[in-house]
Design a protein. Structure first.
Length: 183
């Protein structure tokens, strides 16, 4: 195990993240729609997120057991740093979306790891969220224009925006309550 997080800690953390982000989308729809529209091509957001993804990847590779690949650890760490810098320099198109996809892929692992081999039936809340983040992360890295199109579609109608934000808020509340009371 890489993170050694309990299912309760992971559930509360992910639930609060969903609650805060979706509550902001519900309470400040005009501002959040503007931010969502500008996010895919935001160089500042891309810089911050690619740095976070590279840092997180660097920490993971520096700490995990690589088995027979342990002698290559320094090459992998150098590759992560070089890859982060090169992505920042040359992936100007949808850098923020691609970096968000990387972070979702990295964030899916602790969710899935904490629910692994657990017998509680409601662990499915963490599993579905983790698998969802992994699938979305793969699409964002490979086809970043899909997020731009999805954000345009959702933010073109306030009812759609409210439904999407409300759904995320309800999922976050359900996850947080389940994590506190049952795990």
């Amino acid at each position: 195990m890489i993170y050694q997080l309990s299912m309760q800690t992971t559930g509360v953390t992910a639930g609060l993240l969903l609650i805060v982000s979706h509550a902001a989308a519900l309470t400040q729809p005009a501002l959040m729609m503007r931010l969502a529209a500008s996010f895919p091509r935001s160089r500042a957001a891309g810089t911050l997120l690619i740095a976070l993804a590279a840092f997180w990847s660097f920490l993971l590779v520096s700490r995990i057991d690589l088995g027979e690949f342990s002698p290559l650890r320094h090459i992998m760490l150098t590759g992560i740093v070089a890859g982060g810098i090169l992505a920042w320099l040359y992936l100007e198109e949808f850098l923020a979306v691609r970096a968000l996809g990387m972070i979702l892929l990295l964030a899916a692992e602790p969710l899935l790891e904490s629910a692994l081999l657990r017998t509680e039936p409601d662990r499915i809340l963490l599993t579905v969220l983790g698998v969802g983040w992994a699938i979305v992360g793969l699409f964002l890295v490979g086809m970043p224009y899909l997020l731009r199109d999805a954000l345009t579609w959702v933010s073109s109608n306030t009812a759609r925006w409210s439904a999407a934000a409300g759904g995320g808020l309800l999922y976050g509340i359900a996850l947080t309550i389940t994590a506190i009371l049952r795990w």
